[in-house]
Design a protein around this ligand. Structure first.
Ligand SMILES: [Zn+2]
Length: 379
């Protein structure tokens, strides 16, 4: 039988082929340009219809988050619309950490990725469709080092300034699927939650903070190898023009409520992180965040509060991270939303695991929770 062929020279592609033998291949993930991070992969296999593929991604003990591989099943699609899961197993002792993917495609093309990809073409579709909606205005916030626009969508007439931004870490594609769900709510004239939120709030939405890393197939950094979520204290035009542009725009509007949308490699559930440890912390300010978290927890089984990150000790918050910086700088109710790559073991969905569809549904619940949060606030 012929050897399979593997390609990744397309939007957000990432893999290096070490060898192929029939329907087997030995692979490794390329590091982000000018950085040590490696975890995102996205590639296409051709010539394998009806044959069981055995794809071994090696060297993963050196990946950014080795804890991401146990209990993880790879995302796979044959039509690039529906993303299911291919049974995968991790062996820490084989070839410095190997994820072995087994899958028998029905057709001659199959795409594999760490999570369902969100291409820059799809990003442009999303931004153009939203910008064409009633009551939405488009703002160009700045330009990336690779020359791509940093897109912002604005809507609503209320006094409460809400910033929603996603994909500082480009390999966390969950975040832009979430944005698609959020924009559906906020641009649908028939959606009562969206209508009421637009009456009370002004929204500033950056669906993709890191277009260069997205197109290059990075996990965590921009075109210059900068981790944007460590740049919020002192962003620069040379290293982090994306953060500089967004933070300058925030300075002009002020921020009351902010959500920074991410994915987490190891923890198999959705959760929030707040701003414990900022210098200006007060229990009243913190309680606004905890109240939002309780509302979201009540609204959907796809969110929980038991698992998450350790909270920073008093005065120890890292102000180079956006949630801490935005809470400190503006007194905002700010938070980082994390969604999983794996599936929630308490509420599993065997065909797709955590999926684009669930990212979008969680966005709906996040916005409905925001409305309830504002109601309780008496505003
Ligand atoms: Zn992240």
């Amino acid at each position: 039988m012929n050897d399979i062929r593997i390609d990744c020279n397309f939007d957000s592609g990432n893999i290096d082929v070490l060898s192929t033998d029939g329907a087997k291949a030995k692979l490794t993930i390329r590091k982000d340009h000018q950085s040590e991070f490696a975890q995102w992969f996205h590639f296409r296999v051709s010539g394998a219809a009806g044959r069981e593929l055995e794809l071994a991604i090696t060297g993963l003990n050196e990946s950014a988050y080795p804890g991401g591989w146990p209990d993880y099943d790879t995302c796979v699609s044959e039509d690039r619309e529906y993303w299911g899961r291919a049974s995968s197993s991790f062996d820490k002792s084989a070839d410095n950490g190997t994820l072995t993917i087994r899958y028998t495609p029905a057709s001659d093309l199959a795409y594999f990725a760490y999570f369902a990809p969100y291409s820059m073409e799809r990003h442009h579709d999303l931004v153009a469709e939203a910008a064409a909606s009633e009551g939405v205005s488009y703002r160009h916030l700045g330009t990336t080092l690779d020359g791509q626009p940093i897109d912002c969508l604005e809507m609503g007439k209320g006094d409460t300034q809400v910033w929603l931004y996603a994909r500082q870490h480009p390999g966390e594609t969950q975040a832009e699927w979430w944005m698609e769900g959020a924009l559906e709510v906020l641009t649908d004239p028939a959606d009562t939650v969206g209508r009421e939120l637009r009456r009370r709030c002004t929204f500033h939405i950056v669906p993709n903070c890191n277009p260069d890393g997205s197109r290059r197939g990075h996990l965590r950094t921009n075109g210059a190898g900068t981790n944007l979520n460590r740049e919020w204290e002192s962003p620069t035009a040379d290293k982090s023009p994306e953060v500089l542009a967004i933070r300058n725009a925030m300075d002009a509007t002020g921020v009351d409520f902010a959500m920074d949308v991410h994915g987490d490699e190891a923890i198999p559930v959705a959760f929030l992180a707040g701003y414990e440890g900022i210098p200006s912390w007060t229990d009243d300010h913190g309680e606004r965040y905890y109240r939002y978290e309780r509302i979201l927890d009540r609204r959907t089984p796809d969110f929980q509060t038991e698992e998450g990150y350790n909270k920073s000790a008093a005065g120890k918050a890292n102000l180079s991270m956006s949630t801490n910086q935005v809470a400190e700088r503006f007194g905002a109710t700010a938070m980082t939303l994390e969604m999983p790559y794996k599936d929630n073991p308490a509420n599993p969905e065997p065909e797709q695991g955590w999926s684009p569809e669930r990212c979008k549904m969680l966005a709906r619940d996040c916005l409905a929770s925001l409305l309830e949060f504002l109601d309780d606030d008496g505003k």
